[in-house]
Design a protein around this ligand. Structure first.
Ligand code: ADP
Ligand code: MG
Length: 451
């Protein structure tokens, strides 16, 4: 509807109804601004004009407006200062709306990642079951769900799968997926904004008015104190409202350095579930599924070759298959062969051999136990040093195919019998001490995930 033309008609009606001297003073100079829901917003040239109009002719004015504006049953008359304020307010609202849309754009769920195309095996069956349970009963079963494991093992995939599942079942559910970097950026943005209150409100609306909040790679907020503080409050608010929270990280919360104690304890309040490296069967199943899904033409032995050789993570597994297929297409072949696979992956396979070595293990164990390298490989006999030293030796024997004499050499030239003693002692303790067992499993999976 052309609101200016309709407003002219309102004026014409009033001209017939009221004394022409008053019409000239109170009505003739009114201007129409806009329709806001059921209200017509009108601008009067002076405050007196506005006040008199409302005292004398509010009824006639409203009636005439109702006749010419469908769906409108109220008038709001603004004087000049009110007009300015009104315009400021609607501009701010508009900007807020745009900012909100922009924020939400980045948080779209990736529809490719679903439970259906998540292949389940020994290394991820528990995390899969926990994620599915959360998706089926958000906020009720495990809250928060904390998933940890190395890169490329499917953490992000599971977050999106949870989100997609919930949103399919309940399209009006408000689901927010963000990386912890995005959370930090939004928070900093809110702090920096000129109109502090408004920006803060925007931030809070985004994070507190959701039904499901998923934060990917939480380890990146570890050294950021004020972001952690804000996250703590966000967490508490949502948690109290029984909203589902899902968090991922590369490590168990107890091993994330510089994570505030109170956050650590919040995370521990729900279910903490690890995701392990895939075994051969799972790797093969994932490759088969991918080849089928993407219509890739490869010989079976290529898939088993890749499954055997690429034992790090699933992302690498997928990219290797793509690489092999691209090479074979480039060579004009209709089906990728073992030869293509060997050729395509020769660099990767070479560098893999030197990926993990004893020095890296020693360095990572020093980090993990917070002991100096000179102490770990030195002569000190105190328990705080001897325990980590023996565990490091044990881990080295588990992860490397090295002669024990060589391992001994890296520990300040110790004899191979010392290594055997350490290895057997730790192995023995593992059987008796469950806490130690989980600790060492975590340590090993961390080392594996970083190489
Ligand atoms: P992370 O977040 O742990 O680093 P991603 O979730 O990004 O790992 O997974 C890396 C890639 O591997 C993605 O393309 C993902 O779809 C795929 N992927 C991971 N786990 C599985 C699985 N169990 N089945 C199928 N694809 C998987
Ligand atoms: Mg990820």
């Amino acid at each position: 509807m052309d609101i200016k033309a309709s407003f002219e008609e309102v004026k014409q009606d009033l001209q017939l109804e009221i004394n022409s001297a008053y019409y000239d003073i109170y009505i003739a100079n009114l201007e129409v601004l806009k329709i806001d829901k059921n209200k017509l917003i009108v601008y009067a040239p002076t405050a007196t004009c506005k006040n008199q109009l409302l005292v004398l002719y509010k009824f006639e004015f409203t009636q005439a407006v109702k006749r010419h504006f469908e769906g409108v049953d109220e008038v709001l008359v603004l004087d000049p200062s009110e007009k300015e304020q009104y315009i400021e307010e609607i501009t701010a609202k508009q900007m807020e709306l745009q900012a909100r849309e922009k924020m939400n754009e980045k948080n779209k769920l990736n529809e490719k990642y679903t439970f259906d195309n998540f292949v389940v095996g020994k290394s991820n069956q528990f995390v899969y079951a926990a994620s599915l349970a959360v998706a089926e009963n958000p906020g009720k079963k495990f809250n928060p769900l904390f998933i940890y494991g190395g890169v490329g093992l499917g953490k992000t995939h599971l977050l999106h799968a949870i989100g997609n599942f919930i949103s399919k079942k309940n399209p009006s559910a408000r689901i927010l997926y963000v990386t912890s970097e995005q959370f930090t950026n939004d928070y900093i943005q809110a702090l920096k904004a000129d109109k502090k209150e408004n920006a803060n409100k925007l931030f809070r609306d985004k994070y507190r008015e959701v039904d499901v909040l998923m934060i990917d790679d939480i380890q990146f907020i570890a050294n950021k104190q004020s972001t952690q503080e804000e996250f703590f409050h966000t967490f508490n608010d949502l948690y109290q409202l029984n909203k589902q929270i899902v968090i991922t990280s590369d490590q168990h919360p107890r091993n994330i350095q510089l994570l505030e104690e109170r956050l650590r304890s919040r995370f521990t309040g729900g279910l903490i579930q690890d995701i392990q490296k895939p075994d051969y069967e799972l790797r093969l199943a994932i490759l088969q599924k991918m080849a089928e899904r993407e219509n890739m033409s490869v010989e079976d032995e290529v898939l088993s070759f890749l499954a055997e050789k690429i034992d790090t993570d699933i992302r690498e597994l997928e990219s290797s298959l793509v690489k092999v297929c691209s090479l074979s297409t480039l060579l004009g072949k209709s089906k990728a062969t073992l030869e293509d696979a060997e050729e395509a992956l020769k660099d990767i396979l070479l560098s893999k051999k030197e990926a993990l070595n004893i020095e890296k293990i020693i360095d990572m164990c020093c980090d993990y136990f917070k002991v100096k390298k000179s102490d770990l490989i030195g002569k000190k006999k105190s328990k705080e040093i001897v325990d980590p030293r023996q565990i490091t030796m044990y881990v080295a024997t588990e992860l490397l195919d090295l002669p024990l004499t060589t391992i001994g050499e890296y520990f300040g030239g110790r004899d191979h019998t010392t290594v055997i003693h350490a290895r057997d002692k730790v192995a023995d303790n593992l059987k008796k001490n469950r806490a130690l067992k989980t600790d060492i499993e975590d340590l090993i999976s961390m080392i594996r995930s970083k190489t």
